[in-house]
Design a protein around this ligand. Sequence first.
Ligand code: PLP
Length: 349
Amino acid sequence: MDAFRSTVRAMMGYTPGEQPRDKAFVKLNTNENPYPPSPRVAQALMRAIGADLRLYPDPVGTDLRQVAGRLYGLAPEQILVGNGSDDLLAMLMRACVGRGDRVAYPVPTYSLYDTLVEMHDGEPVRLPFSPDFHLPPGLAQIGAKLTIVCNPNSPSGTLTPIGDLARLSAKVSGLLVVDEAYVDFADDNALPLLARADNVVILRTLSKSYSLAGMRIGLALGARTIIDELMKVKDSYNISRLSLVAGVAALEDQDWMRENRSRIRSTRERLIASLRELGYGVPHSEANFVLARRAGANQEPVYLGLKEHGVLVRYFRSDGLEDALRITVGTDAEVDALLAALRDVVAAS
Ligand SMILES: *Cc1c(COP(=O)(O)O)cnc(C)c1O
């Protein structure tokens, strides 16, 4: 007898970006922040290690909800803490998606959505973005339990105007999930929608703008009625004590985050200009990465060439992205190393 569900047997599983252990790469493939987290995080962690690791953590992360609530102008009851925002996406699927239920999203986007829908025997409805990354018409007419918009979108880096999301929220049948993993690098965000729509969930993470990918801290923001339902399906102690204190310390040091954000944004503009000079098409990015495209020219050899030069970027073999590379905005020195390697590789091809 096969103990596994046929769905699981048939799944490929999500493939995360490479996390090499053998060699020191200039690592521009998984959109991590090149700068360290606030020093207050390490101080808070040291205190927590010396204290009560023997005890279970606060199951709902009360302190973190309060700090986040003050920051975003929400009640703590409108906030759910996740073990990364991936955990929150999993809870949304668990709570809303059963066999045959539709989940709609514009593509190309974060491919974990596919994996999660598949896991729950749901039906992914993948509607292509327009060539300039506007929302596809028809997204609201799918009858989906969840409509997900990653904003800024990965891998394009583009931002859907918040007005478009407001109109979408008024038309979708179920919840509109706005995955704002990269929003701190953008000029706008969907928070104001929460005051106007009771079917919107915003996902935030401390992995990117707060440099805490290693700690796994995500936040879902939305109406209490939504958060209450999600609470029922979460793992009971889904975030560790250490993550909770790290999250509080990081959110309390807004100056640190803002300074790194502004460095990354200026490096991003320089990276985009240099890639365009090299002949790449690069959509305007509001994230901490850019999509560099050479229409019709497969970029796998370039990806491999860069890897040989010790520079790791992301290459996607699907979704019509074979002519593109997604490049994380690193430090200025890392971006210089990338550009030097890219000039070599392009010249040799
Ligand atoms: C990085 C990322 C996440 C996941 O963030 P974690 O909090 O580290 O789980 C979610 N959505 C998108 C689009 C991302 O790029």
